[in-house]
Design a protein around this ligand. Structure first.
Ligand code: 13P
Length: 250
């Protein structure tokens, strides 16, 4: 059960984009305004948050960051606090992305602190979870997801949460799970969150593009998409937004 709009389409730019590209992107995106019942958000690199905030908000696009540190301020060279993200106009923050888990070595403990810090400052976390290919092949997907969701133990059920189910093997590969796999896994995640009474929604992420968006978004339990590569071009991102709009109308 969710009090959110039907679909959230969020673009995770990862470590891509400079100001001139971002300005051109927003100009092109504005040519196809998002329908009211589809929420659109963009997560550019930190350096683009302030410069894009007003331009995005006047076009109804929400802003998010790709990471945050959990301390409010102080001697943490190179880190950004939740308060700074709020100050820059962010509503969302992505946490626990597999690239941060696998490349930067982020563990559940850190992610749990970040979740609490985000909630406490009024940010809405988008918590990424997902299995590696060996986990999927050996039938361990649900066990891995359960372990990743354990960061929610003891958290305030009232605080809204968006989960992004991102199978690691589908990220940037052009490969997506079968529709049965997506449906079953989303059902599993919804059930877990319902059991702890959390207001939530579950996005799918991993090689979402203009060609497969309608099929993925049309599956029960898929409440939107977290899009990487295809969010870098306004044209493909707009097509995914339009796919969500047509699914919402069905
Ligand atoms: P791709 O859409 O490039 O596969 O990336 C997905 C992702 O990691 C979004 O957070």
């Amino acid at each position: 059960m969710s009090t959110h709009q039907r679909y959230l389409i969020a673009g995770n730019w990862k470590m891509n984009g400079v100001l001139s590209e971002a300005r051109e992107f927003i100009r092109a995106l504005a040519e196809n305004p998002a329908p009211e019942h589809v929420e659109v958000a963009l997560m550019p690199p930190f350096t683009l948050l302030h410069p894009l905030a007003d331009k995005l908000s006047t076009r109804g696009v929400r802003l998010g960051a790709q990471n945050v540190y959990y301390e409010p301020k102080g001697a943490f060279t190179g880190s950004i606090s939740p308060l700074m993200l709020r100050d820059a106009g962010c509503r969302y923050v992505i946490l626990g992305h597999s690239e941060r888990r696998d490349i930067m070595g982020e563990k559940n403990d850190t992610i749990r602190h970040k979740l609490d810090a985000a909630w406490n400052s009024g940010l809405e976390p988008i918590l990424c979870i997902g299995e590696h290919l060996d986990d999927r092949k050996s039938g361990n997907t649900n066990a891995v997801l359960t372990e990743q969701l354990s960061v929610l133990e003891g958290s305030d059920a009232e605080k809204m949460l968006t989960i992004a189910y991102e199978p690691v093997w589908a990220i940037g590969t052009g490969v997506t799970p079968t529709t049965d796999e997506v449906r079953d896994t989303h059902t599993f995640i919804h059930q877990k969150l319902t059991d702890i009474g959390k207001d939530h929604r579950v996005l799918y992420g991993g090689s979402v593009n203009a060609a497969n968006a309608a099929e993925l978004l049309g599956l029960p339990g898929v409440d939107g998409a977290l899009v990487g590569g295809a969010s870098l071009q306004a044209e493909s991102f707009s097509q995914i937004i339009q796919a969500a709009a047509s699914c919402a109308n069905n």
